[in-house]
Design a binder for this molecule. Structure first.
Ligand SMILES: [Zn+2]
Length: 460
């Protein structure tokens, strides 16, 4: 089946063509591990998880890489400001290394709570310093760099198509750029590849390089690590839309100048998560983590269901009411799945309708609507509904196959009676239907007839 994806680079939906048949490489810009990731940050990882699962449902062998930025991401997107890790260390008294370790672990735990599949590679920037230095050396040799008093910089004026991802010309970008503190930079858009450690202070994270002791700029790690794990070019690079004008633009500048090949064939970006129709910010106290959700009685998976409520390229508005509605819908779905007799055969028609939606640039709201339509469709046998929902869940990742009916196992006899009752109801034989209901009740299960057909719950 054709897979269509919106490519930021070409500004249109394209039919996906893998570099190697049946395989796909995906790189997603990961967290800077100096603080707890917010539900807004997780929109990006839920999106790349959905992308990966969609490819897997289509039979692709996926290699997914998410990097861990544990050094060098400066507090501003430009080349000024402090390293976020070193700054957090000063504020808390913990070492930069301990902070990075703590928030990396929390990030991985949060990923698990959201049922985000573990990426095949989770490279840390500090484990790949050598590769980053090698890449800067190539750029240096090719004449794309220059040195200032605080580091080695990339000369963006050397590239005719700098800014193509954002659709900006260099002159426009320069005009729009804020006044830079660093007057040694040749162009406002130039950025640091390697920063020198301050002469009067020792940094916690610093390394030797041909240019002097220091640490890598933020952008170079993604160029170096994506190449190491996926090659040049690879299939799909993803991230939040905030990465388009600077971080991803600079990744492209570095790799394409050094290797004279495109970095990635497809660039995909998710839109922001708003909170109460406004920006999420630390000062407003609304950068919620999964723990904040849990404190208000919400499962992390309810947030995953909430994420499915909007297409990834559309801004999504988070409110507690919307999360509650998502949790209710999720519980309803779980209840329906629990009450269905287990089957192995999938309804092919609904499966292809579902895949048609999900393969169309990850239209997950559309795919969910196929799911609810099937649940209400009386022409689909309950066993088939069960197996089809479990198939859909390979993409949705709501854990539907792991649902337990309390600790009670539903006896085979009850399943058989449920089938007989469904048949009786289809034939409008209400008398028989009621008799079977009573029999099932005697066996300890209560039936309710909802939109999804019959569901049962043990009587406690
Ligand atoms: Zn990146």
């Amino acid at each position: 089946m054709d897979i269509k994806l919106y490519n930021t680079l070409s500004r249109q939906k394209e039919s996906f063509k893998p570099i190697i048949d049946g395989r796909v490489g995906i790189y997603t810009c990961g967290p800077t591990v100096y603080s707890r990731a917010s539900i807004g940050n997780f929109r990006s990882y839920l999106f790349s998880d959905l992308l990966r699962r969609m490819f897997e449902l289509n039979g692709f062998l996926v290699k997914q890489v998410i990097n861990i930025t544990d050094v060098g991401h400066l507090t501003s997107d430009a080349s000024e400001g402090e390293d976020k890790l070193e700054k957090a260390s000063k504020a808390t008294g913990e070492t930069a290394w301990d902070i990075a370790k703590k928030y990396t672990e929390l990030f991985l735990q949060d990923m698990e709570r959201l049922n985000i599949l573990r990426p095949h590679e989770l490279p840390r920037a500090t484990d790949h310093i050598e590769g980053q230095i090698e890449l800067v050396k190539v750029l240096d040799k090719k004449g794309f760099t220059y040195q200032t008093s605080d580091g080695i910089y990339f000369d963006t004026s050397r590239l005719a198509d700098y800014g193509k991802l954002a659709g900006q010309k260099l002159e426009d970008k320069q005009e729009g750029a804020r006044v830079e503190v660093n007057e040694e930079k040749k162009n406002p858009t130039d950025f640091a590849l390697w920063k020198f450690s301050p002469k009067d202070a020792k940094r916690q994270m610093e390394w030797e390089s041909p240019w002097g002791i220091g640490f890598p700029g933020w952008h170079i790690e993604c160029s170096a690590m994506s190449e190491e794990y996926l090659g040049v070019p690879f299939d799909i690079h993803t991230g939040g839309i905030d990465h388009i004008p600077v971080h991803h633009t600079n990744e492209i500048a570095q790799t394409e100048s050094a290797r004279e090949k495109p970095l990635a064939n497809v660039w995909m970006h998710n839109a922001f998560l708003l909170v109460d129709n406004g920006k999420m910010s630390k000062s407003l106290g609304n950068t919620y983590s999964l723990d904040d959700l849990q404190a208000r009685g919400f499962d992390s998976i309810a947030y995953r269901y909430f994420f499915f409520g909007a297409h990834y390229r559309v801004q999504q508005n988070f409110t507690w009411e919307a999360l509650e509605a998502s949790q209710n819908a999720l519980h309803k779905l779980q209840k329906i799945v629990k009450g269905l007799p287990k089957g192995a055969d999938v309804n092919e028609e609904y499966k292809s309708r579902f895949m048609e939606r999900i393969n169309d640039d990850l239209d997950v709201p559309g795919a969910l609507s196929v799911l609810w339509t099937m649940i209400k469709d009386d022409n689909v046998a309950p066993e088939l509904k069960y197996a089809t929902l479990i198939k859909f869940d390979e993409v949705l990742g709501l854990g539907l196959s792991n649902l337990e009916l309390g600790d009670v196992e539903v006896p085979e006899e009850v399943h058989e009676l449920l089938d007989l009752r469904a048949k009786a109801r289809a034939e409008k034989n209400w008398e028989l239907s009621d008799q079977i209901r009573d029999k099932i009740l005697e066996l300890g299960f209560e039936i309710s007839d909802g939109q999804g057909g019959q569901t049962i719950e043990p009587i406690v």
